[in-house]
Write a protein that binds this ligand. Structure first.
Ligand code: LR7
Ligand code: MN
Length: 587
């Protein structure tokens, strides 16, 4: 499929999802995991912040010398063509120890030359599709806080080496209050010698990524702003598609496909191009795979840019004037998180669009946890940012969010969002309802026309489990549907379902109740499943309020809870086939 071989592991982070044998397991962000099975059908998305205790806690046992040393020591051929770096046993203890500095393998990163080669991962159709002729020039903005020298400068060098010189107006590095000596004068000296104008701006104190990007954007002189994280590597042809799409229509915000650079071996792993970005009920960013009609449309021409409801946030191109006209960023957002959804809603609701250009591929080191501090605490910061998003952009769905996300509800009243509401007013932006209906019609959010609540089995009293993260052991899962003890207050998303007018039984994370579309053998009782929502008769159900049964028209069978689990079987009106719909107000 064009992907390099799965990297073998230096096994530094004690296993975790990236160490799974499943070659289709890809990590997509801090604690965000997505497993695409070999047929690309089911997607399981894991928790956002895996072990919160791990986040932001700098280990006390690293010495100042270790934290401040730049041990960049390139070895010819290390990581060449994006291949994994395999450390000799002698280096592994040190690698394990220093892993915690950046939450990626610093020793391996320090061996990979700044100008390592990478495969051209683009689809055939992409090659020659975009010419550099007549495209607007870019200011590439990279913000960082205590990044490793090797990873930061590999980002810079990959931009310089793989961008047509005429399209690269400048590179702007924004140091967000880093404390490491090598990021001071030595960084400026290195940048001064580069063949492309590369400036280092400094916030002077820790401002967080939003205000750091704002500093960079205000200083930029290119027509298009291109933002990158500080641990990326650009591949051949990455820039032209971004600039071409923005050049054609300045209201487009264009993202590359984000490939995976292993946090362990630094291997470059091409990711699945069909993802698009959205979010779950906790307002955490998620990748989903298009299904049904969306998938068919996409497959028609895999090289064509496609629209996405939300962006991951770190890697995108946007016309500079449009960026400021549209309100830049919410500068009251701190440190990390939420700004990607804020910008996604704002762009869509206020007249622009967000798309992914599949011919543009940029690698990013995905980490399992954050290496840096969150002054004030991660929950306080993240949920304050998310509360701001909800308060400004989500209309009555903010009440849904606050009702089911106590962490955000707690900080709701501390937010002053007047200026952002005025911006929304001034730009005459559309409603969140419009966004849900038009930008993300496949969404699994409750609306007034949909059932929202629990589905309780009459015989056992058990409730169907969805995929919410609310606990109860029902981890976000495609797989066999299950029922278990009903969970009560605080209302738990794990057992909440939305039933749409056309009979889809949806849960959080875009999973739908699913059963085989035929019944060849009346004696068999196929398991019901939770699968990635798709436009298929397998996922259509008809609830009969009289008999309280969930009929599955495609197979003519009924949903039942039996000893083996949740199945479909021949309809009999037995109480195990009866389900009580317990409506819960969604706002
Ligand atoms: O206080 C800070 N100051 C900073 O300058 C905190 C962070 N930063 C810098 C940091 O050094 C890095 O260069 O900001 C950049 C992003 O921080 P990361 O790498 O810790 O973020 P991430 O990759 O875990 O998170 C994703 O979501 C973030 C939400 O705020 C940002 O939008 C990131 O840019 C974004 N990264 C991507 O979109 C890459 C693909 C990940 C996915 C999915
Ligand atoms: Mn990042």
């Amino acid at each position: 499929s064009g992907a390099p071989d799965a990297p073998s592991s230096n096994a530094l982070d004690g296993g975790g999802p990236s160490a799974r044998d499943d070659a289709f397991a890809v990590r997509l962000g801090r604690g965000q995991q997505e497993y695409v099975d070999p047929r690309g059908v089911h997607v399981v998305v894991g928790r956002y912040i895996g072990d919160a205790g791990d986040v932001g806690s700098m280990p006390a046992n690293l010495t100042d010398e270790e934290l401040n040393a730049n041990a960049f020591a390139p070895q010819e051929g290390a990581g060449r063509d994006g291949l994994p770096v395999l450390l000799p046993p002698a280096a592994q203890a040190r690698a394990r120890r220093l892993y915690r500095v950046n939450r990626y393998n610093l020793v391996a990163s320090d061996r990979v030359p700044l100008n390592r080669s990478l495969p051209d991962v683009r689809k055939k159709r992409c090659q020659g599709k975009y010419s550099a002729e007549g495209l607007p020039a870019a200011s590439v903005i990279i913000v960082f806080h205590n990044e490793a020298w090797s990873a930061l400068l590999r980002t810079v060098h990959s931009v310089i080496d793989r961008s047509p010189r005429a399209l690269l107006h400048e590179i702007i590095l924004v140091d967000d209050g880093s404390s490491r000596a090598f990021l001071g004068a030595p960084l400026e000296e290195h940048c001064a010698r580069l063949p492309v104008a590369t400036r280092v701006l400094r916030t002077g104190r820790r401002e967080g990524l939003v205000r750091s990007r704002l500093l960079g954007a205000r200083a930029a002189r290119g027509q298009v702003l291109v933002f990158l994280d500080a641990h990326c590597e650009c591949t051949k042809g990455w820039l032209e598609p971004l600039l071409a799409r923005v050049g054609e229509d300045r209201t487009r915000v264009v993202c590359p496909v984000i490939d995976i650079i292993s946090d362990d071996t630094l291997a470059y792993v091409r990711s699945f191009e069909l993802h698009w970005g959205a979010f779950n009920w906790e307002m955490h960013f998620r990748w989903y795979t298009p299904a049904g009609e969306d998938l068919r449309r996409r497959k028609h021409d895999i090289s064509e840019p496609f629209r996405t409801p939300a962006m991951a946030g770190g890697l995108f191109a946007m016309d500079k004037d449009y960026f400021f006209e549209l309100g830049a960023y919410d500068d009251k957002m701190e440190v990390w998180g939420g700004e990607n959804l804020e910008m996604s809603f704002r762009v869509w609701q206020c007249g622009g669009s967000i798309e992914i250009a599949p011919c543009s591929h940029v690698g990013h080191i995905f980490r399992k946890s954050s290496p840096y501090s969150f002054p004030g605490g991660i929950a306080q910061i993240l949920y304050s940012n998310l509360a701001r998003v909800a308060l400004v952009w989500m209309d009555e769905w903010k009440e849904f969010y606050f009702k089911f996300t106590p962490e955000a509800a707690r900080v709701r009243d501390q937010q002053s969002v007047r200026a952002r509401l005025q911006l929304r007013e001034r730009l005459q932006c559309k409603s969140f309802r419009w966004y849900l209906d038009n930008v993300w019609p496949q969404h699994f959010f409750p609306t007034d026309e949909r059932f929202f609540g629990k589905i309780r089995n009459r015989r056992s009293g058990h409730c169907l489990h969805g995929s919410g993260n609310g606990g109860g052991g029902a981890k976000g899962a495609s797989g066999a549907a299950a029922a278990g003890v009903c969970l009560d207050a605080p209302a738990l998303l794990a057992q909440m379902f939305v039933v749409t007018r056309d009979g889809a039984v949806m849960a959080d994370e875009s999973v739908c109740l699913d059963a085989p579309g035929h019944n060849d053998d009346a004696a068999r009782r196929p398991k019901a499943r939770l699968s990635m929502c798709a436009d298929t008769p397998r996922q259509r159900w008809r609830y009969d309020p009289q008999t309280k049964t969930f009929v599955h028209p495609a197979s003519g069978m009924c949903l039942a809870e039996v000893d083996e689990g949740v199945v479909v079987e021949e309809c009999s009106m037995d109480s195990r086939q009866q389900w009580i719909m317990e409506e819960v107000p969604w706002k």
